[in-house]
Design a protein around this ligand. Structure first.
Ligand code: ADP
Ligand code: MG
Length: 254
């Protein structure tokens, strides 16, 4: 039965989607069966893997028009990777979910309906801590937090950590923090300072692998591919494959 990992940070542009696509693809290339659920109405994970952003997806599952297995797409480039797409329709979820029966557990029941078929399920969240994100945290076993190497990187994380604590207390007592991944690193004093701050603050929860800033990571989504299928020798490919190895190693130990 799959472990379910939410990629969350209410700040936009920190590398959630880039990490979701490339970590999911790397874990699949390393031999695990992986489902990536796009749960952001911007549908960047959907388009970044080369799929149409008008497909039926997570929203149609939420409102009960479709079952997850009917909308899941196989990513032909990566044998063991599947996508549950998103679309702009999902913007309505934050206002519609609260009125539904068993409101906090809608996404959990969608995820639970398919998790038997995979080793890992990654969920790419939108940059918000709204009702949909809380639903995702209720469905997840753990949260992986991408943190951009920039000034005030830790600012705002306390809000996310409080939300995780609230969900753990009221909705999902088993929820864990998978870790913190530093993204968009450049070799300079400010970035090095952020790296030490995050490591000091979060200890072992900070991943050793750091994702460097790499132009190929920005280009790959416009080709509808994970970076390692677009340019296998790019720094971004090497970084995300290493992140996947570290992720799998940490999950073996537990
Ligand atoms: P989020 O999902 O948190 O909003 P994204 O993953 O979409 O963030 O990243 C924001 C932007 O930064 C995107 O244009 C993406 O291509 C780019 N980006 C993300 N990570 C890197 C990186 N390591 N190097 C270069 N560009 C990156
Ligand atoms: Mg995103």
């Amino acid at each position: 039965m799959a472990k379910v990992i939410a990629l969350a940070n209410q700040k936009g542009g920190v590398g959630k989607t880039t990490t979701a696509i490339n970590l999911a693809a790397s874990v699949a290339l390393l031999g695990k069966k992986v489902l990536l659920i796009d749960a952001d109405p911007q549908a960047n994970a959907t388009s970044g893997l080369g799929f149409d952003i008008n497909l039926d997806g997570i929203y149609e599952c939420i409102v009960g028009q479709k079952r997850a297995e009917e909308v899941i797409q196989h990513c032909s480039d990566v044998k063991k990777l599947w996508l549950l797409p998103s679309s702009i329709n999902l913007v309505a979820a934050d206002t519609e979910l609260p009125n539904m029966e068993n409101a906090h557990h809608i996404i959990k029941s969608i995820v639970d309906s398919v998790r038997d078929a995979y080793d890992y399920v990654f969920i790419d969240c939108s940059p918000s801590l709204g009702f949909t994100t809380v639903n995702i945290l209720t469905a997840a076993d753990s949260v992986l937090v991408p943190v951009q190497c920039e000034y005030l990187a830790l600012e705002g994380l306390s809000k996310l950590l409080n939300t995780i604590k609230m969900v753990k207390g009221r909705l999902n007592p088993e929820l864990q923090i998978e870790g913190f991944v530093l993204t968009m690193y450049m070799r300079n004093r400010l970035n090095n300072q952020v790296v030490s701050e995050v490591r000091e603050h979060f200890g072992d929860l900070a991943y050793e692998t750091i994702i460097q800033r790499n132009i190929r990571l920005g280009e790959a989504p416009s080709h509808g591919k994970p970076v390692m299928l677009y340019d296998a020798s790019a720094t971004g490919s090497v970084n995300y494959l290493n992140l996947a190895r570290e992720f799998l190693k940490r999950n073996r130990k537990k």
